[in-house]
Design a protein around this ligand. Structure first.
Ligand code: GLC
Length: 540
């Protein structure tokens, strides 16, 4: 697929050519010494972020919150939780980031608020409250039980009885996260004003949380049972017709896009766990929807290998609407880390894949080091989703900065909110920074190459695997700049054999960081679990 077609995208916007880095603020860097990361901690680490070469940070929620879901339960949309700092700290972060050329994207949690948000407090105060209809209230079933059979993502029924008014409210996630009624125009207007509040402050975009479940079936019809063949996590097919992917969500998406378009060069990214054919609808008709509906293919795939990766690329390319900008996600705060899913060697290949595929890469903090999921003993488990047997704590442990106590995440006498993984003496920034072959050095080099080569940040993409089972090969190309990516997922040395790309090439980077110089493609061999980036030097 190629974009240099005179569509006006030839040079690319920042969110197209750049790399986005997700920070889970509780776990990134704790300057205050209370064991929880904060905005000052992020400010202190901005030079590290610049050194990575990334272009934008996306911060998971930093708004006031009772923290039942660690910030995804918002009790005010227009302030900062004291655990993270103040609005002044936020303004300083924004200005210091901007001075360094780093954009800042916030998380917009709008399917639900906290039950401690003033809107909900007012809504539950009486059946005749002016905000009653801002949330989804239902009478009990005739037998006095829950209104229907819907099950929450965090386990149990989606319905919670409010004793005071005798009705149930809907919560698709935790009972402390009542769902907003997105059919109510006042709710929409209020959230669009929240967007303007942050855009006016200079925020560069939003990652919109749980976007595909905003609108619920008007009659609250039971979901078919069992609800999903894939279990009850966010991952899965279209199995919950009661609240997944209603066409009215598209109207909301285009309204949000209109708000974003009141400002120059803002970006809207969306969390949508749907099969690709449904996902791409969120680009909107004539691309008037999201700029980047998250493509979770690399996260949700249950197989890690050349075949599945090339299948993912092919399915995605086939589904993308004309002119839509692709994106790839490798990890986030809800999913096991890539180094645990794929193993150390393949986690290096995964970084190469993420940073060379066509489209915007979205990286999760710590993956640049190859951080692994921490095994958290039950007594330290804090994730509310653990109640449903799917704790996400392992992927949320503190960033491993150094050999210092608590891996340098917080002050020595503090107790980190989640344990630091035992791998930190080897897997940390301090050690990897000075090791030219480290995971971190690889990550930086890949971003540097991505920036240097228009083929990588703008170019067309052609998968050239043929029927090779363990090799994934693809060509990126832009105005004569040609870069070949070869990944050997196999456990033996593989010869590449000749390909229709010419003979001569120069090694730009091996995932093992130990190969340089000129090579001939027909005599090239890749070691097991090695990825190679080659600049093609024969005329194209
Ligand atoms: C999103 C967030 C997740 C949160 C959920 C409920 O999926 O990524 O962390 O628990 O929404 O807000």
């Amino acid at each position: 697929m190629s974009f240099d077609d005179g569509s006006g995208m030839a040079e690319g916007l920042w969110w197209q050519t750049g790399v986005i880095y997700q920070i889970y603020p509780r776990s990134f860097s704790d300057a205050s010494g209370d064991g929880v990361g904060d905005l000052r901690g992020v400010i202190n680490r901005l030079d590290y972020i610049v050194g990575l070469g990334i272009d934008a940070i996306w911060l998971s929620p930093i708004y006031p919150s009772p923290m039942a879901d660690f910030g995804y339960d918002v009790s005010s949309y227009v302030d900062i939780d004291p655990v993270f700092g103040t609005l002044d700290d936020f303004d300083e972060l924004l200005s210091q980031a901007h001075q360094r050329g780093i954009r800042v994207i916030l998380d917009l949690v709008l399917n639900h608020t906290s039950d401690e948000h003033p809107w909900f407090i007012e809504s539950r105060s009486s059946r005749s409250s002016p905000k009653r209809d801002w949330y989804l209230w239902r009478d009990p079933a005739p037998d006095g039980g829950v209104p229907n059979n819907w099950t929450a993502f965090f386990g149990g029924s989606t319905w919670e009885l409010d004793e005071g008014t005798g009705q149930f409210y809907l919560h698709l996630c935790h009972r402390k996260q009542p769902d907003l009624n997105w059919r109510n125009p006042d709710v929409r207007a209020a959230i669009y004003d929240v967007m303007r509040f942050w855009f006016d402050r200079g925020v560069d975009g939003f990652r919109i949380d749980a976007l595909w479940i905003l609108i619920k079936d008007e009659d609250f019809t039971d979901n078919p049972e069992p609800p999903s063949q894939h279990g009850e996590g966010f991952i899965g097919g279209y199995m919950r017709p009661g609240f997944e992917d209603h066409s009215e969500v598209q109207d909301i998406v285009s309204e949000m896009r209109m708000v974003a378009d009141e400002y120059p060069e803002r970006v809207l990214m969306g969390e949508i766990y749907l099969p690709v054919e449904r996902l791409v609808r969120y680009y909107g008709e004539d691309l008037t929807g999201l700029h980047l509906p998250f493509n979770f293919g690399l996260v949700t795939t249950t197989e890690w290998g050349a075949r599945s990766a090339s299948r993912l690329v092919a399915t995605y390319e086939a589904a993308l609407p004309e002119g839509a900008w692709p994106n790839w996600v490798l990890g986030n705060h809800d999913q096991p880390r890539i180094a645990s899913r794929a193993g150390e060697a393949d986690s290096r290949m995964a970084q190469m894949l993420l940073l060379t595929l066509q489209g915007t890469p979205i990286c999760y903090f710590g993956d640049e080091l190859g951080m692994r999921d921490c095994v958290i003993p039950d007594e330290f488990t804090v994730d509310p989703q653990a109640a449903a047997g799917r704790s996400r704590d392992g992927a949320r442990t503190p960033m491993q900065w150094s050999l210092a106590p608590h891996a340098g995440f917080t002050t020595p006498h503090a107790v980190p909110w989640l344990p630091v993984d035992g791998s930190y003496p080897n897997i940390n920034v301090e050690v990897q920074d000075v090791d030219p072959r480290s995971h971190l050095s690889l990550f930086r080099r890949l971003i540097e190459l991505r920036r240097e080569h228009p083929a990588l940040h703008l170019g067309s993409q052609k998968v050239m695997n043929g029927d090779r089972e363990e090799l994934l090969v693809f060509l990126r190309e832009h105005n004569g700049d040609r870069v070949l990516v070869i990944l050997n997922f196999g456990s033996s040395v593989l010869a590449v054999d000749s390909m229709e790309v010419g003979e001569k090439a120069r090694v730009l980077c091996s995932t093992l960081m130990d190969r340089f110089g000129d090579v001939y493609i027909s005599s090239l061999e890749l070691r097991s679990h090695e990825g190679l980036l080659l600049a093609l030097t024969d005329a194209g």
